[in-house]
Write a protein that binds this ligand. Structure first.
Ligand code: BGC
Length: 709
């Protein structure tokens, strides 16, 4: 795949030429992002006081706004038109955490290419994605927008999504859109799972676990970055010169533009680090926040600030150059308008197929007792549950410009299928006290061979503001689960959600559990294809699923401590709950039986520099069905000067295996792949023993040892 590293240098000359012609007011205009079309002041637009828009409803309005910017402002600078394209534009894809469960970077990149190509047709040229915040506390609803808990995997997904959004449009030779990685930085640490909370974390964990994903996004060429709402260790990021300039630009080399999150410039007053909005504008702009998303602080105060302190204009100039470079790189000066007859580009059969393929690849078979799944054709099933036929609730956390009517539900897909008959009963709602719908379940199930229960979280329960203190299904869905399991029919539970839930009762009451996620427009077809065995499930959990909400935060790569959870005598534990996850990171079953050979290393020592080591296993599909297996490599640094996790993902590969086929899978590492943040806070590799594990999830696998020398 083509790498699309964004360097401003090719565009700088033109940007400087434009800057030289600009008045202070026009410069400030380029730093203003306006987010409400209904309150937009057209005189300000014509005066060049707005450089970017968000929430532009359609291509016609986008073109009209571009026309004003290009033809009616003095300098004719086109607009950035931004939008949250979080899991697809019109063709909705699985929610981001769901898509990440595919462990297939090409599919993820391809999904974002489709999303960006559709967004382009809407007049959008700037996408507020990918959200890449590492998150380890599923109470936080925005975990659904990211790639999960792991920095290694999260970095790979971040880069794939950036490449997808910024794919080159063959018609123009420019990227479809600028990606905007967010929320820089550390927003996933929101305390106690409440959105917009402060974030506090030890420095080693911050640099070792939470920051590498952002670096990966910029190294993949992301053109823009969004500064986060939160304070990090007491410093609000939108006003932090350390985070926005010293670390991001001077240390990591980011050349793109930084936009604030929604009103996070003026909100610096609520953080209590400035006395008023004017000081907020001064702090954020001098920190390196180039554009103010809808707080009007730049708009109102930057001119005054520069008049009082002419030296300050240098910050504005730098910001404007970065904004202009972004617009030039996107080709907006040559091509500001989009075709208005655009419906033909959306939801094409190819785009729907891309969504279905990702959905089929990301669904996770969590449990399958005695081959309950796949279902047998020719049988009759009771299909029930509040999410079995709920187009809106199935849309996913950020439905964007999607239309619920385009979502295929599980009920629609199963009813359209020949050779299987379903009796449908909604049964219950996701919330409320009405139990009347459950009554018919027993009678209807009596004539059926099994039950398919479709439950979980409707789309409004997760995402922004979607914090929850109880991640069980909750009543009435749990009550209904108990009733269904008492009917003594094989029970298949399909869980639709966008973040980890505490599924202990689902696991113990069901014969099989399929995590169908919020799976996009083709949700129903993908669930059907898996239930019927047309496709073997191949998704793996990119997050730990707890037994109980009280175990959170919970993640596989924790530090062992002096009394690790597995120590037989004294150990870290709860009085009322096991300390293991219900389903570990990396977990996911298939319909086949995949055997792993011993791990083979090509050598026993690895030099610190200019050396590599290759580890291989052979995986064999000992079954009559085709499967895809996600082969996972983890390592443990046995003795290091600071505590490091007992397992850490360092490689993965999704391989297709025909019935009885075997394949060799190899991973090559250098010593840097085993680095950690050392006592001096630098990336460190120390000599000593490394244990490598290769297997199907984060808790099993065959191991082999070697020495770093
Ligand atoms: C969210 C961002 C989003 C922005 C614009 C904010 O509330 O935190 O993720 O991009 O709104 O919609």
């Amino acid at each position: 795949m083509e790498k699309n590293i964004f360097h401003t240098s090719p565009y700088m000359e033109k940007a400087k030429e434009i800057l030289a012609k600009m008045t202070l007011s026009e410069k400030i205009g380029q730093t203003v992002l306006y987010g409400s079309m209904s309150q937009l002041n057209m005189d300000e637009m014509r005066a060049g006081k707005i450089g970017a828009l968000l929430n532009v409803p359609n291509v016609k309005t986008a073109n009209e706004m571009q026309r004003i910017a290009v033809e009616e402002t003095r300098l004719g600078i086109p607009l950035l038109i931004g939008h949250d394209v979080v899991h697809g534009d019109r063709t909705l894809f699985p929610a981001p955490l769901a898509g990440s469960a595919s462990f297939d970077l090409e599919l993820i990149e391809g999904a974002e290419r489709v999303a960006a190509s559709e967004a382009y047709r809407e007049g959008i040229n700037w996408i507020y994605s990918p959200m890449i915040d590492i998150a380890r506390d599923a109470r936080w609803g925005r975990m659904a927008e990211g790639a999960g808990e792991d920095k290694f995997y999260g970095s790979k997904v971040a880069a794939a999504r950036v490449r997808g959004f910024q794919s080159i449009n063959p018609e123009t030779g420019h990227p479809y859109a600028a990606a905007c990685f967010k929320h820089y930085c550390g927003y996933g640490l929101s305390e106690a799972g409440r959105d917009y909370e402060s974030c506090d974390v030890g420095e080693r964990t911050l640099y070792g676990e939470y920051l590498p994903v952002y670096k990966a996004a910029l190294e993949a060429g992301a053109m823009t970055c969004m500064s986060s709402f939160n304070s990090l260790n007491g410093v609000p990021v939108t006003g932090s010169r350390y985070y926005l300039t010293e670390l991001l630009r001077e240390k990591w080399g980011f050349e793109g533009m930084v936009v604030s999150d929604w009103q996070s410039v003026s909100e610096l007053t609520y953080h209590g680090v400035v006395k008023d909005e004017k000081d907020a504008a001064r702090l954020a702009m001098s920190a390196g926040c180039d554009m103010d998303m809808h707080s009007a602080a730049y708009d109102k105060y930057l001119e005054e600030i520069v008049k009082e302190d002419p030296e300050f204009e240098k910050y504005v100039d730098e910001a404007v150059l970065r904004v202009l470079c972004t617009k030039i790189a996107l080709g907006l000066f040559e091509n500001p308008y989009r075709e208005e007859d655009n419906e033909k580009y959306f939801l094409t059969p190819e785009n729907r197929a891309a969504s279905r393929t990702l959905a089929e690849n990301c669904m996770v078979l969590l449990k399958n007792e005695d081959g309950t799944l796949p279902l047998e054709r020719g049988k009759k099933y009771l299909l029930t549950g509040p999410l079995a036929d709920a187009k809106f609730e199935n849309m996913g956390i950020w439905g964007g410009r999607g239309d619920p009517a385009t979502v295929v539900t599980v009920k629609e897909a199963l009813e359209a299928e020949e050779g299987i008959s379903v009796e449908y009963l909604k049964g219950c709602d996701c919330e409320g006290n009405d139990r009347s719908g459950m009554k018919a379940a027993g009678r209807l199930a009596a004539s059926c061979d099994g039950i398919i229960y479709v439950c979980g979280e409707p789309c409004q329960w997760a995402g922004e503001g979607g914090g929850r203190v109880d991640l069980s299904l909750g009543s009435p869905q749990s009550d209904y689960l108990r009733l269904l399991s008492s009917l003594r029919k094989p029970l298949v539970t399909v869980v639709l959600c966008a973040r980890p839930l505490a599924l202990t009762d689902v696991d113990s009451s069901s014969n099989a559990v399929l995590l169908g996620w919020q799976g996009g427009v083709e949700l129903g077809n993908a669930v059907k294809n898996i239930l019927l065995g047309e496709v073997s499930p191949s998704g793996r959990l990119p997050v730990t699923f707890p037994r109980h909400t009280g175990q959170l935060p919970f993640y596989y790569a924790n530090l062992p401590g002096g009394r690790p959870r597995w120590r037989p005598d004294v150990r870290s534990r709860y009085r009322d709950c096991d300390t293991t996850p219900l389903y570990p990171f990396g977990h996911g079953l298939t319909y086949g039986k995949v055997e792993y050979t011993e791990v083979k290393l090509d050598k026993k020592t690895l030099a610190m520099h200019d050396d590599d080591i290759t580890a291989s296993v052979t995986v064999r599909n000992d079954s009559d069905v085709a499967v895809k297996e996600v082969v996972q490599a983890y390592f443990c640094d046995v003795v290091s000067s600071v505590e490091t996790p007992e397992r850490r993902l360092c490689g993965f590969e999704k391989v297709s295996l025909a019935p009885h086929e075997e394949k060799k899978v190899s991973f090559t590492f250098t010593a840097d792949d085993f680095s950690f943040i050392g006592l001096d806070m630098k990336d460190t590799v120390e000599p000593g023993e490394i244990v490598l594990f290769i297997g199907p999830d984060s808790t099993t696998g065959n191991e082999e040892r070697f020495e770093i020398v």
